[in-house]
Write a protein that binds this ligand. Structure first.
Ligand code: 6PG
Length: 257
């Protein structure tokens, strides 16, 4: 799978590179159309990145937060005040520290008991915001993703029904290993993004990152290998620990590391 990969020395450098990319993409989008739309990812990797945007004046003061609209690439099927909530993590690390108007924060209504209803409602929110009719796929300026050690991205897990979804933008995806639903963007909307940033750090991701980026065709496929922007760009920002087993991409370390 050929993708652009930047290998940096450690998670802090990965976070800084992601913040630089975020700021640059936001400025470009604002110049072109006066707003910037981003889907945030969850889990633990992006926390340092979100905190850097909020706490370093070079980012906090420069980014026109009032013109940015925040969405989520996935969410756990929990209320927004639950410790597992991706919204709660983003609010704690970023959104509560920068002047983003509440109307610009479009969280997934994951508190709804019916996960399918939550997914349908979020799809309606996206279609209304982007004025995208049935059959049309909205283009977000930036979609952030992570990588699980099982090769999942967003909440598109191996063997889950969401992998095959081609029509819905958002779906409630049953994840057996958690015995719960996740509400997730599907590949059609992920791959419609103008820019996809995948952040991966840590030794525990080395084997899966190798398999996803450099696995032989004979090796099993992983959901993250289906991240292929139709017209946009995909950049993997990884640290040396996660990149330890990469062969074809080590050269990137010299350029960026
Ligand atoms: C989530 C994320 C998920 C995450 C990966 C990596 O809801 O957990 O969307 O796709 O990005 O599981 O998680 P870590 O960053 O915690 O390793």
């Amino acid at each position: 799978m050929e993708a652009e990969v930047k290998i940096l020395n450690n998670p802090e450098e990965v976070a800084r590179e992601a913040a630089e990319q975020f700021a640059g993409l936001a400025q470009n989008a604002l110049r072109k159309k006066g707003c910037f739309t981003v889907a945030l990812s969850g889990g633990s990797t992006p926390k340092t990145f979100y905190a850097l945007l909020a706490e370093e004046s070079g980012f906090r003061e420069k980014i026109p937060w009032e013109k940015i609209h925040f969405f989520w690439s996935d969410e756990r099927h929990v209320p927004p005040d639950h410790p597992d909530s991706n919204f709660l993590m983003a609010r704690a690390t970023l959104l509560s520290k920068v002047p983003v108007p509440l109307r610009n924060v479009h969280r997934i209504p994951s508190e709804k008991p019916d996960a399918m209803r939550a997914a349908d409602d979020y799809e309606k929110t996206l279609r209304a915001f982007f004025d995208a009719k049935e059959g049309e796929i909205p283009t977000l300026d930036l979609v952030l993703l992570g990588l699980g050690t099982d090769g999942h991205t967003a909440s598109l897990f191996p063997g889950s029904p969401g992998l095959a979804e081609r029509k819905s933008l958002i779906m409630a995806n049953w994840v057996p290993k958690f015995n719960s639903y996740r509400i997730t963007m599907t590949f059609p909307i992920i791959n419609q993004a103008a820019f996809i940033l995948v952040l991966v750090t840590g030794e525990d991701k080395a084997e899966i990152l190798r398999a996803v980026l450099e696995g032989a065709p004979s090796e099993p496929g992983y959901p993250a290998q289906r991240v292929h922007p139709a017209n946009g760009k995909c950049l993997w920002i990884v640290d040396r620990a996660a990149a330890r087993l990469l062969e074809r991409h080590q050269g990137d370390a010299d350029k960026h590391g």
